[in-house]
Design a protein around this ligand. Structure first.
Ligand code: DGJ
Length: 751
C-alpha cells in the first residue's frame, strides 16, 4: 500500500520507492501540505509549522477574536488547494466568484477514498496503469456549495505522483471559475534552482537554470498551444544538484493549451508551485450540477540528480502516458518536405521513395501540399481532398506503388486550420476564430478553426476517417502552424468566451482520441511548426513529435538536449537533412548528421537522388546501424554527458540497456580546436564487475591523415571492465575536422 491514512493524526502519507509526500488536516479541516522529498516514515511532520505572529497577514476568525491568543494565518499555511481573497496573499490555486459576485472560497475536508488503479479525467489525457494507487480527497466550501476533489495517483515503483483537481458545483446557482489550477505544492524550506525550457520557432526547449529569488517566476503560454516559447515542464532542484546527485522535483502538466506554472518564494522563504491552465483569458461558468476537470500534472521527485529525474520521466511517458500502440520502432522514414516543399508531383515522390526503399527506408511520408488548391501556404487548408493536378489519378495509385516497393505510406495533415482561400472557409466562415467586426489576424496566411464547436470536430472526424478508411495509410503527421489570436467563438454566448481556449484543446483531444482509437495501426506523429506543442498532453495520443523545424545537426544538439530533460528519445522526431542546411546554411558531415538524428525517431528529409554514390552507401550503412541500435536507443536509459550551453568543444550523450548488457556512446565535436585537449569519456549505467567488448567504433567526418585515423579500427574488439569504463573512463584521440563524431557500441561479454 503506497497510500496511508493515520486517523489519529489525520495524516495522509504517500510513499513511492524513493520519495514520500505527506499532508495533514488541521483542526479547522484545511488540508495542509507537510512534506515532499526523500523517503521518510509515516510519522506526522506537523511540527514543521510553528505558529507565529505573521504581522500583517490576517488570521482565521476563530484564532483572532479578542479572547483568543495566537495566530493562524491562511497566508502561511501550506494548503494543498487554497483560493484567492481569503487571506492567502501568495499565488493561489483557485479564484472563484459566486452568483452574487463575491470572490472567495475556503475548502475544508469532507471525505477521502483510496482506490487501486489510476483515475481518469473526462475529456483530458491522463496516465494509466494498474501499478498505481489513487487517493482522492474531497474538500468543500459550504458557503458556495463547491466541492473540489483532489486526486493523487501514486506510481510507487516509478517515483511519480500524478495530481489533478475536479470541481463540482453542488449549489443551485452558477459559479464562475476565474482560475482553477490543477495543483499547488509548497516546499516550505530550502533554496532552489529553477530549470525551464524556453525557445522560439526552430530553436525550441533551450534549457535555462537560475536561482529562485523572493519573487514570482512564471512559465506559461497564452498562444493557445503549449508553445515553442515556454515548454510546460519545470524542474526545481537543489542549488548544487547535477546530473548524478541532488534533490530534484519535476512539474509536468499533461496539457497542450494555455498552461501556467507559477513559482513563488514568499516573505518566509517558503516556495510554492501552482500549476495548470493559464488563468489569463480563462473564465469558466460552472452551472449547478456541472463539474470542471483541471488537467493532470506529473510530479516526480528524486534525490539522485537530474539524469535520474529524466530517466524516470522517459520511462513513465513511454509506458504510462503514451497510449498509441503503433510505433516507429526500428523503421526508418523519409519525408519529402525539405526535398521538394510544395513543388512535387507523383513522379518526384515516387522517385524519392524508390531510392529510399533501395537503401532500407521503410516509410514514405508525403508532407504538405497534396490536397485542395495548395501550391504554397496561401490556400487550401480545410479542403481535405486530393489535388489531382499534382497527384494524377489521386492518392490511391501512388500509395499502391509505394506499397509495392515494400514501404509503408504516411501523409501530412493540419486539421485545426483553414485558409481564407478554401472551400471550407467560404462555406463556413463562422467556423474560424475571428472577432466580430474586425479583420482577422493571420498566421502563415491561415485562420484557426473553432475546435470548441462540436460540429467542427465532427466534420474533421468525418474527413480524416474517410481519408484513413479509403486509403492504406500507416502514418499521419499532424501539424499546427500558427498560434491563436482573435479567440472568439461565434457559437458561444458572451459570458462563455473565456472558455474558448480550453474548449478548443478539449476539441483537439476529442479528435485525436477518435482517430487514434479508430485507427490503432496508424502511427501518429505530432508537429506544430516543429516542436511548438511538444508536451505530455499530446504525447498521450501521439508517441512521437517533430522536435523542431531546425534540422541543423549542431543546433539540434541543444534542442534535443533540452527536450531530453522531460521527454524520451523515442518521442523526438529527428531527421537527416541536406547540406548546406536549409535553416542555418551550415555543412555538417553526413555521418555526424546521422549520429544526431539517431538520438530520435530517425529518418531522412532530403532528396536521396541528389546524393553521391559514396553518400548513398553511407546512408545504407547508417540505416542498418540505426536498425540494430533502435531497441537500445528507444528504450535504453539516456545519460547526458555534457551541457551544450557550457560551450565545451564537444557534446556527448549515452544510452545504456536497463540490464546493463550493452551501451552506446555518442560524441560530436562542436568546436574544432588547434591542438585539442584530450576528450575524456566516463561511461554510465554499466555493470562495474562485468567485462565489455567494443563491438563497433565509428569515427565519422574527421579530417583524414591524422592521429584518429586507424584508432576506430583498433578500438573495436578491445575489452574493458565496466568499472574501468565508468570510473577511469576512456580517452579519444585528438579529433580534427568540421564536426566529426564518434559512436561506440559496447556489449557485456561476461563477468
Ligand atoms: C511545419 C512542419 O514543422 C514542417 O515539417 C512541414 O510539415 C511544414 N509545416 C509543412 O507546411
Amino acid at each position: 500500500m503506497s497510500i496511508r491514512f493515520d486517523e489519529k493524526t489525520s495524516t495522509f502519507t504517500l510513499h513511492t520507492r524513493a520519495s514520500s509526500y505527506q499532508m495533514q488536516l488541521d483542526p479547522m479541516g484545511h488540508l495542509l501540505h507537510l512534506y515532499y522529498g526523500r523517503k521518510i516514515g509515516d510519522a506526522s511532520n506537523f511540527h514543521l509549522y510553528p505558529m507565529a505572529d505573521h504581522g500583517f497577514s490576517p488570521d482565521f476568525y476563530a484564532y483572532a477574536g479578542p479572547s483568543v491568543r495566537g495566530s493562524y494565518s491562511p497566508d502561511v499555511l501550506p494548503q494543498e488547494y487554497s483560493a484567492a481573497n481569503r487571506g492567502d496573499f501568495r499565488v493561489t490555486a483557485a479564484d472563484i466568484v459566486s452568483a452574487e459576485g463575491a470572490r472567495g472560497a475556503e475548502f475544508l475536508f469532507d471525505t477521502y477514498r483510496i482506490q487501486p488503479g489510476a483515475y481518469t479525467l473526462e475529456g483530458l489525457p491522463a496516465a494509466f496503469g494498474d501499478d498505481c494507487e489513487t487517493l482522492s480527497v474531497d474538500l468543500r466550501d459550504p458557503v458556495l456549495g463547491l466541492r473540489v476533489r483532489l486526486f493523487y495517483g501514486v506510481y510507487e515503483a516509478r517515483d511519480v505522483i500524478t495530481r489533478a483537481a475536479v470541481l463540482f458545483n453542488e449549489s443551485d446557482r452558477r459559479l464562475t471559475l476565474e482560475k482553477a489550477a490543477s495543483a499547488c505544492l509548497d516546499l516550505p524550506f530550502g533554496k532552489w534552482d529553477m530549470i525551464q525550457f524556453h525557445g522560439r520557432h526552430a530553436m525550441e526547449r533551450q534549457m535555462e537554470r537560475s536561482h529562485l529569488g523572493r519573487d514570482i517566476r512564471r512559465v506559461g503560454s497564452l498562444r493557445g498551444a503549449s508553445s515553442h516559447h515556454h515548454n510546460p515542464f519545470v524542474i526545481l532542484c537543489e542549488r548544487d544538484a547535477g546530473e548524478e546527485y541532488g534533490s530534484c522535483y519535476g512539474v509536468m502538466p499533461v496539457y497542450s493549451g494555455n498552461h501556467c506554472t507559477d513559482i513563488e518564494t514568499d516573505f518566509n522563504g517558503s516556495t510554492r508551485v501552482v500549476t495548470g491552465i493559464h488563468p489569463d483569458g480563462f473564465c469558466w461558468q460552472l452551472e449547478p450540477g456541472a463539474q470542471f476537470a483541471a488537467p493532470q500534472i506529473l510530479f516526480c521527485c528524486t534525490h539522485e540528480g537530474l539524469g535520474e529525474l529524466s530517466r524516470k520521466y522517459h520511462r513513465f511517458i513511454r509506458e504510462r502516458l503514451c497510449r498509441c500502440t503503433a510505433s516507429q520502432t526500428s523503421e526508418v522514414l523519409i519525408n519529402n518536405w525539405e526535398a521538394t516543399y510544395f513543388n512535387f508531383d507523383q513522379d518526384k515522390i515516387y522517385a524519392i521513395a524508390q531510392k529510399a526503399a533501395s537503401l532500407g527506408v521503410g516509410l514514405m511520408v508525403l508532407d504538405d501540399g497534396w490536397f485542395g488548391k495548395r501550391d504554397n501556404d496561401q490556400s487550401g487548408l480545410g479542403d481535405w481532398f486530393v489535388n489531382t493536378d499534382k497527384l494524377k489519378g489521386g492518392l490511391a495509385p501512388l500509395i499502391e506503388k509505394i506499397h509495392a516497393l515494400g514501404m509503408k505510406f504516411g501523409i501530412w495533415i493540419e486539421p485545426e486550420m483553414v485558409s481564407e482561400d478554401s472551400d471550407l472557409y467560404r462555406a463556413h466562415p463562422d467556423w474560424a476564430l475571428t472577432l466580430p467586426g474586425r479583420t482577422p489576424i493571420l498566421g502563415r496566411s491561415q485562420l484557426v478553426l473553432d475546435m470548441s464547436r462540436p460540429e467542427v470536430v465532427d466534420y474533421l472526424t468525418d474527413c480524416f476517417t474517410r481519408l484513413l478508411s479509403e486509403n492504406r495509410i500507416e502514418y499521419i503527421k499532424w501539424d499546427m502552424n500558427r498560434n491563436m489570436a482573435d479567440v472568439y467563438s461565434h457559437a458561444l454566448p458572451p459570458e462563455r468566451q473565456g472558455e474558448v481556449f480550453h474548449r478548443y484543446i478539449l476539441g483537439v483531444y476529442a479528435l485525436l482520441d477518435r482517430l487514434t482509437s479508430r485507427f490503432p495501426h496508424v502511427l501518429f506523429e505530432g508537429c506544430a511548426g516543429g516542436g511548438g506543442r511538444f508536451d505530455a498532453g499530446m504525447l498521450a495520443y501521439v508517441p512521437q513529435f517533430w522536435c523542431s523545424d531546425n534540422t541543423d545537426a549542431i543546433e539540434r544538439l541543444s534542442i534535443q538536449y533540452g527536450t531530453s530533460f522531460g521527454y524520451p528519445v523515442s518521442a523526438m522526431g529527428a531527421h537527416v537533412s541536406a547540406c548546406p542546411n536549409h535553416q542555418t546554411g551550415r555543412t555538417v558531415p553526413l555521418g555526424t548528421r546521422g549520429v544526431v538524428a539517431m538520438s530520435g525517431t530517425f529518418g531522412y528529409e532530403l532528396d536521396l537522388n541528389k546524393l553521391s554514390r559514396k553518400e548513398l552507401s553511407l546512408v545504407k550503412k547508417q540505416i542498418a546501424r540505426y536498425q540494430s541500435y533502435a531497441p537500445l536507443i528507444r528504450t535504453g536509459d539516456y545519460y547526458r554527458l555534457t551541457n551544450p550551453a557550457e560551450a565545451d568543444f564537444w557534446h556527448g550523450w549515452q544510452f545504456a540497456a536497463p540490464d546493463a548488457s550493452e551501451a552506446l556512446m555518442n560524441v560530436v565535436v562542436v568546436h574544432p580546436q588547434g591542438n585539442p585537449q584530450p576528450l575524456h569519456l566516463e561511461w554510465k549505467g554499466l555493470d562495474p564487475d562485468a567485462v565489455y567488448k567494443v563491438v563497433r567504433c565509428e569515427l565519422q567526418g574527421a579530417h583524414p591523415g591524422l592521429p584518429a585515423d586507424g584508432w576506430a579500427k583498433e578500438c573495436a574488439g578491445k575489452t574493458f571492465t565496466g568499472a574501468q569504463l565508468m570510473y577511469a573512463g576512456q580517452t579519444l584521440p585528438q579529433l580534427f575536422g568540421d564536426y566529426p563524431s564518434v559512436q561506440i557500441l559496447i556489449r557485456k561479454t561476461g563477468k
